[in-house]
Design a protein around this ligand. Sequence first.
Ligand SMILES: [Zn+2]
Length: 292
Amino acid sequence: MDKLITGMSSNREVRIYVAETTDMVDQARAIHDLSPISTSALGRTITAAAMMGMMSKIEQEKLTLQVKGSSDIKLIIAIADIHGNVKGYISNPHAENRFTEDGKLAVAESIGKEGGLIVIKDLGMKDPYIGQCEMVSGEIAEDIAHYFAKSEQQPTAVGLGVALSSEGHVKNAGGFIVQLLPETTETTIEQLEANLSGLKSVTQLFEEGLTIHQVAGQIFAGLGLDDLEEYPLNLKCDCTREKMEKALISLGSVELKTLLDEDGQAELKCHFCNQQYYFDKEALETLYKNAI
Ligand SMILES: [Zn+2]
């Protein structure tokens, strides 16, 4: 089962999040029938959102992470809550595989550098917090680190990875986020930089059989790891028939009447989980009566 741990260095100067998201990313691959490069791109985004969603202290808050690409993949959205529920969408589920010179999937090339990264923190009230910045690499991890530094003035290191089998299934997936708190000392920064520069990729560490606790232990070597908390992560959509009804009503009475007269039925699909919602003539008539 997928999970996330978070903790602090013993001197309370650095916070860490480490997530294993293998099941979620493989479920997303199956739901959206993703090509390998689309699996990798959506998987990295889901993993980052799962960790960022946990940073909130507010029960109802939802975090939306949007990656706006400029190449094959134009848009990726992942939405997470503080309970570890995440849902994801990618505009191009069948993006053509591109490879780097050393034979790895070239996610950065598929996303491109010209787009932007948007983070929305929504409490369901009037004005959500919206932060955004330009992309710096298209690799997603670097772009998120850049976002934290620029938009939230929070020095951050991010690692994300998705490893696929030869059939394109997810062998393992996960990532980490490390954030320096205000007044982190030089000594701590130097130790952390040394640990991170010698660190293998997250997927390699999982491949070698390391747990998320052991990965956190390597990143925080010499710094201690306290206040550990562990949470389950799930790919879970919160769509309902009621929300789809509201979406239909929001079309307005004129549109609904046209739909009723011309099609006599409606089929709506949730972009996040592909669940289909069917409305027959009678159901549409009821909604039309509510809309006028
Ligand atoms: Zn859904």
